[in-house]
Design a protein around this ligand. Structure first.
Ligand code: SF4
Length: 446
């Protein structure tokens, strides 16, 4: 009997730049292309077309995107560009006239149509299959779950609303269906992302939607987080702005439905700078609220990011920030030096801070927060924690993973010795033996 010879599917190479939100877009595009019979190429040489999903958040990110396009042109020559920089097609065309097509962020159909034109798909029932949960670019055991797109705020340093538009929330029943599929396919940790998670559902007027298997869910962060928590995977909330109703998700953390982890970008502490930044939920009582969150969920880990050197930031404002950080004792802190992004309102503000001063302030914030992090991690010595395994090293017998306080890529890790026969995605109890500024070291216990 002759075996059926399958036609060779066209191969797509992918370069995905930028934030997790862009990664989710890449996953969606690749899922659709896989469903259309394409396969992925791990290198430029084997690709019939290379897709570059760009980021245009900062000028430095734009430059990185342009470099990636240039590399793909030089190595392969058949390049389709998508993502945030799609808004600036003229800039791309001026530098790389040979780019075959340019589409903007979230224009899945357009990107897929462009790929179809450049490397036509071969219809085959053998190639048209796609895993039920879609094709994922993250490891199988954790998945980003995008709940909304865009943002209704207009922070002075940010151009995301120009690039991605106003808030557009996904229906909560669709999000839950996607999450159920992911969990069924092996996801043990759901990372909830958006530009502004606390605002989820505002545009849907927080309406209630029926669920397929019975019951209903309201388009609201608290209700969605609780429903996701019932799926049995870890649920981690990112980009939560400190609106008053955030207080209502903390009891879900205490109950164990949602991880005791809040990624909450404060950006500054000085009320004057926050006003100039036009930050949402600029609440002078944040320190008090952090204290009350810790009373409700004592093991809550709080991650935040801060901008130093924003125009008009005086020494007094900066000292205020340092004192505030000392008081807040945040678990994880990322700091950025203010960078004028083309098109951002802050660029026109008076009293821009000189670069050397920005550097100095950045270094001081990093030193202080590294010290606080080291102290907080040292206090975990002797404790036992749940750790999700990300990678194992059969040679050394060790493994690395993350505690509930650590999001992938941005926070610290837990390094294990004598990890035996663990696999990525296993969740194990670990005795903490040592720590440094960012990571923990330990051994699995029964
Ligand atoms: S909240 Fe501010 S920083 Fe965040 S996406 Fe919206 S405008 Fe940008």
């Amino acid at each position: 009997m002759n075996a059926t010879t399958l036609p060779k599917p066209p191969r797509v190479g992918l370069v995905s730049l930028g934030c997790p939100k862009n990664l989710v877009d890449s996953e969606r595009i690749m899922t659709k292309l896989r469903a259309d019979g394409y396969s992925m190429s791990p290198d430029y040489a084997g690709a019939d077309v290379v897709l570059v999903n760009t980021c245009g958040f900062l000028d430095s990110a734009k430059e990185e995107s342009l470099e990636a396009i240039g590399e793909a042109i030089a190595e392969n020559g058949r390049v389709v560009v998508t993502g945030c920089m799609g808004k600036e097609a003229e800039v791309i065309r001026a530098r790389f006239p040979d780019v075959l097509a340019i589409t903007g962020a979230h224009q899945y159909e357009e990107v897929v149509a462009a790929v179809h034109e450049v490397a036509p798909p071969i219809a085959s029932p053998f190639l048209d299959l796609v895993p039920d949960a879609g094709l994922k670019l993250t490891p199988r055991h954790y998945s980003y779950l995008k709940i909304s797109e865009g943002c209704n705020h207009r922070c002075a340093f940010c151009i995301i609303p120009n690039l991605r538009g106003d808030l557009a929330s996904r229906r909560p029943d669709a999000i839950l269906r996607e999450a159920e599929k992911l969990v069924a396919a092996g996801t043990r940790e759901l990372l909830v992302i958006s530009q502004d998670t606390s605002a989820y559902g505002v545009d849907l007027r927080h309406a209630t939607y029926p669920l397929k298997g019975g019951g209903e869910v309201r388009a609201h962060m608290t209700d969605l987080a609780a429903a996701l928590g019932r799926l049995g995977a870890w649920v981690r909330l990112h980009y939560v702005y400190p609106y008053p109703h955030v207080d209502n998700v903390i009891p879900l953390m205490a109950e164990g439905l949602v991880l005791p982890y809040l990624d909450i970008p404060f950006q500054h502490a000085s009320p004057k700078v926050l006003r100039a930044m036009r930050r949402p939920a600029n609440d002078a009582k944040v320190l008090q609220r952090i204290r009350s969150w810790r009373q409700v969920a004592p093991d809550i880990a709080i991650r935040s990011s801060f901008v130093v050197g924003f125009p008009g930031e005086t020494q007094e404002d900066f000292d205020y920030l340092l004192n505030w950080l000392e008081e807040a004792q945040l678990d994880r802190v990322g700091a950025f030096r203010f960078e004028p992004v083309e098109g951002a309102a802050a660029n026109a503000l008076p009293d821009q801070v000189p670069e050397e001063l920005k550097e100095e302030r950045y270094a001081r914030v990093m030193d202080l927060t590294a010290r606080i992090s080291a102290e907080k991690l040292a206090a975990k010595g002797g404790a036992t924690l749940d750790v999700i395994i990300d990678a194992v090293d059969p040679e050394s017998g060790g493994a690395s993973g993350r505690s509930k306080a650590d999001a992938p890529e941005i926070d610290g890790e837990v390094h294990l010795r004598d990890a035996g026969a663990l696999h990525p995605g296993d969740i194990v109890r670990v005795l903490v033996e040592d720590s440094d500024e960012h990571d923990l070291f330990g051994v699995p216990v029964n």
